[in-house]
Design a protein around this ligand. Sequence first.
Ligand code: NAG
Ligand code: NAG
Ligand code: NAG
Ligand code: NAG
Ligand code: NAG
Ligand code: NAG
Ligand code: NAG
Ligand code: NAG
Ligand code: NAG
Ligand code: NAG
Ligand code: NAG
Length: 700
Amino acid sequence: MLISIPLVSTWLLAALTAVSNCEIDRESIVRQFNLRLNQSHPYSPLQVGNGNFAFGADVSGLQSFLPHNTLSSWGWHNSSLPTTPNQTAVSDFTGQYWWTHGRLVNYNQPNPAEKDISQWLIANPHRINLGRIGLWFGGNNVTEDELTNRTQTLDLWEGKISSSFSWNGKSVVVKTIASPDTDTVAVTITSEYLKNGGLGVFFDFPYASGKNKFDAPFVGLFNATSNHKTMLRSRKKSATITHTLDATAYDAEIRWSDQGQIKRTNNETHQYVLKPRKGCETFAFTATFAPTAANSPNSFEEVEKSATAWWNDYWSSGAFVSLPISMNSSAKELQRRIILTQYLLAVNGAGKDPPQESGLVNNGWYGKAHLEMTFWHLAHWTVWNKWNLYDRSIEVYERFLPSSYDRAKHQGYQGARIGKMFDPSGRSAPGEINSLLIWQQPHPMWFAENEWRKSPTQKTLQKWDRVLTGVADFMASYAWYNQSTKVYDLGPPMYPVSENTNPNQTINPTFELAYWRFGLDVATKWKTRQHMVVPGSWRTVKENLAPFPIQDNAYVLYEGVEDMWTSPEIASDHPGFLGLYGWLPPDPRFNVTVFQKTVEKVYASWDLANLYGWDFPLMAMAAARLGDGEQAVRWLLDSNNQVNELGMPEGGNRVATPYFPASAGMLLAVGMMAGGWDGLEGPVFPEGWEVEVEGFQTSM
Ligand SMILES: *[C@@H]1O[C@H](CO)[C@@H](O)[C@H](O)[C@H]1NC(C)=O
Ligand SMILES: *[C@@H]1O[C@H](CO)[C@@H](O)[C@H](O)[C@H]1NC(C)=O
Ligand SMILES: *[C@@H]1O[C@H](CO)[C@@H](O)[C@H](O)[C@H]1NC(C)=O
Ligand SMILES: *[C@@H]1O[C@H](CO)[C@@H](O)[C@H](O)[C@H]1NC(C)=O
Ligand SMILES: *[C@@H]1O[C@H](CO)[C@@H](O)[C@H](O)[C@H]1NC(C)=O
Ligand SMILES: *[C@@H]1O[C@H](CO)[C@@H](O)[C@H](O)[C@H]1NC(C)=O
Ligand SMILES: *[C@@H]1O[C@H](CO)[C@@H](O)[C@H](O)[C@H]1NC(C)=O
Ligand SMILES: *[C@@H]1O[C@H](CO)[C@@H](O)[C@H](O)[C@H]1NC(C)=O
Ligand SMILES: *[C@@H]1O[C@H](CO)[C@@H](O)[C@H](O)[C@H]1NC(C)=O
Ligand SMILES: *[C@@H]1O[C@H](CO)[C@@H](O)[C@H](O)[C@H]1NC(C)=O
Ligand SMILES: *[C@@H]1O[C@H](CO)[C@@H](O)[C@H](O)[C@H]1NC(C)=O
């Protein structure tokens, strides 16, 4: 769809008209943003992967010079339990009691008297680096600087890295891909050095570090060799290396194209070298990582074929947006970010569980994920109509439902209270913020309603009914009836989105009030659509929630907050209340005049240099909903919202790089701007930009 045609020559108009009825040439746009590099990046790898598995490469196409990581959704490890008396078992952890509306509630918070077991629960299990694979230069210690003619390309359309360089006058060419179906990296090497045995491949296996909350850029300990074991079983053209780290064990299954030999270099380490038979100039191998080897690894050709087909389909299906990249540098930069982000999120943000903030690049928060971030990580797939990737992990709410019920019951509430920082088992890590945050609760309602808009079927209703019932019951039960004001309050104690207020004083935060009403409204509709009885408490709470707190004609963070606009603490963190209009459709009590004033005050007084991540998409969605596409793009490209040459969102001074909620949030914002929302025929982009869009789902 063409939205805006500036005054230009007639031939251009004709050209535009000519393309406007056609499908966008996606391949040519995608390939324009192929990465072309000539040196390793100090902390951002080039990646191949499939959502559950990713392999990070340096300039060699492998991990020859830098130990970039090989991470998965299934590789996790527990350190041994503390030996401190009375803190030796998970059951020794008792959390903390806080006063909550006149009663003591036990929260999953670190207890100073149980410091060691509290910390163990936070840090365990942690995600592990499955192994390092690099070039072996015939026993020579070669550094990247010694290589000449380095060139490296990531072909986004096929998900393939091609790397080449010269070493001592002879060239080496490496191709690297990952399987879409198994956790396999597949490689071919072409070089004269292979003829005389001067080149091979090394494998090395690290122990879990486990102690570092942010384990970046490189995960694991390669020098703690006595803490773990590896065992090699080699066959004629394949080998299995079993790696055992305490209770964790998995296999690396290696298969190669021709004769070759794999050996451990030294009994004291976990390093192995695979030396191809002399004589040939090319050598291909695949390495498959799995909890248990399947003994049927694919060949390079098989992996290449399925990877090419998968990536072609990925780019061809769902939505696409084409910005005027040859006419405007901002459009070009935004298009670059969109394309690279789409690649990176298919690799890092499309696994069986919602991703950690740093995806499969490195570890933040011990490799664990956060259920409030699930909104940012997954929402864009729905707007971009890439439902198959969304479906891989969205059932997390159903899977965790039993523990969500337990959590609510333990705290004396009805229904199911969704946790926060989780590992694949669904256990939520102890934390003051972790236990008191509430904005993750209505996320399932947002997802369910979006699914309904796509597929208004009985199946969709059934899919979400149990989750929405449990969560809505909790939300109604959590809201507290205040006898003096005759409204339902949210908190205290609680943390709002921005996590920076005194939880014992935080009451009725604006965004959470709106989101609570939105969530209860969706849950109500869900029952009505199924001709089922709507629990009376849902309606009572929904209709009697506290009013939005307003001061000086602007929305504020929470009721009674003092000097918010001048507080360096508050006016520098997530302006979550801007989610009121943009992220969320307007609430029945929403006042756009008040919102406009709120936006102006944020622009004028917020410490924008301190913002990061999804703050910018959040503000872009608010600007877009107010009709200002120019400002929306400005936020997405704000100088504090950097995306490096590899497409990785820079974490800034608050979090490690990459911080994928920023990338995924950007796609959500662009998706809303491109697909529009109820009551608006999209798209919303800067005046004068010729934008073509296809395949988006209209937002709420
Ligand atoms: C490597 O790439 C950078 C950026 O594209 C360029 O400035 C530089 O000249 C290149 N170096 C070599 C040795 O090709
Ligand atoms: C780690 O320990 C916890 C608690 O005992 C257990 O539930 C979990 O399965 C373990 N995970 C791994 C990867 O060993
Ligand atoms: C451990 O628990 C026992 C029994 O409850 C108690 O007597 C002892 O003081 C505790 N030890 C420590 C180090 O807290
Ligand atoms: C909140 O109140 C609880 C008691 O209910 C207290 O233990 C805790 O320290 C207080 N937190 C803050 C941040 O004031
Ligand atoms: C290899 O070379 C690098 C850079 O010169 C040096 O830091 C490293 O210690 C060398 N390693 C070995 C095993 O010789
Ligand atoms: C670099 O590549 C060029 C062209 O491919 C080739 O002519 C040249 O010999 C190479 N240089 C080295 C040092 O290998
Ligand atoms: C292992 O390496 C880490 C840094 O990667 C270092 O801090 C530590 O001291 C090393 N340990 C040993 C035993 O060499
Ligand atoms: C490693 O140990 C095996 C037996 O355990 C022995 O046969 C082999 O020679 C050792 N290799 C090295 C490099 O020490
Ligand atoms: C009732 O609401 C008022 C106004 O929000 C608040 O100041 C008061 O603390 C609430 N009462 C209780 C018992 O929480
Ligand atoms: C919105 O707020 C403004 C004041 O900021 C007020 O004048 C106006 O009446 C309000 N609109 C509605 C519909 O309440
Ligand atoms: C690109 O578009 C933006 C947004 O409309 C505008 O501010 C900027 O001036 C344009 N740049 C050029 C070079 O046209």
